[in-house]
Write a protein that binds this ligand. Sequence first.
Ligand SMILES: C[S@@+](CC[C@H](N)C(=O)[O-])C[C@H]1O[C@@H](n2cnc3c(N)ncnc32)[C@H](O)[C@@H]1O
Length: 224
Amino acid sequence: MADLPFQEDTIVGALTQHPAVAAYVAEHAERGNPASVLDTIDRYAREEHWLMNIGPDKGPLVQELAGRLPAGARILELGAYCGYSAIMFASTFGEGVSVTSIEPDDAAVACCRQNAEMAGLADRIEFIHAPSTEALATLQADPFDLVFLDHWKDLYKQDLQLIESRGLLKPGSIVVADNVGDVFNPTEYLEYVRGCGRYDCEHREATIEYTDAPDAVEISVYRG
Ligand SMILES: C[S@@+](CC[C@H](N)C(=O)[O-])C[C@H]1O[C@@H](n2cnc3c(N)ncnc32)[C@H](O)[C@@H]1O
């Protein structure tokens, strides 16, 4: 496993930033403007404390995914944090999109809901306040067009298998796993998704958000 580009404390500290991020967005972002909300969260991450958002460098990838999927796409996200990626998906995919985002942390969910409301996108995003395993078991077997895995990396494989068994994928559904580079290195997940025969996989080089440290994203198209 490669070295983290910052101290371990930085990650721990990032898990307590939610109230401060929500207050910063409320003070500095323009209400009803998703780009302004995202820019404001980026500014917080650079000037106040590092945050584990998808970050601005993966914006073009989200644009590309929007181009590959139909209008009115249904998106499932595991790991909402401050609501950054949910807002990015909901604004990039445009009207008709629905984002279901699962997050167990109380402060994170409060921050997400406030930021989505500030962005004017609360009607496109549902935040489910529960751990993934519990929430996935309650979802109806209605397939998603895009699944974004961005919670704890040791849960990626088991939760993807749960998503499959719950009927939440259809042929052509795209599963995107963030942070699969050498630093976080979810080997079990990569071996599974590449080796099980049900996905066409593509590995994309990227950087860890708000740093120059190398990372990667795995894009896997479900064959059925
Ligand atoms: C990397 S952050 C998500 C970042 C977010 N997707 C973004 O780009 O803006 C990881 C999040 O996963 C959440 N998490 C941890 N365990 C989880 C679980 N079992 N189910 C869903 N989310 C979980 C954490 O609380 C944290 O907020």
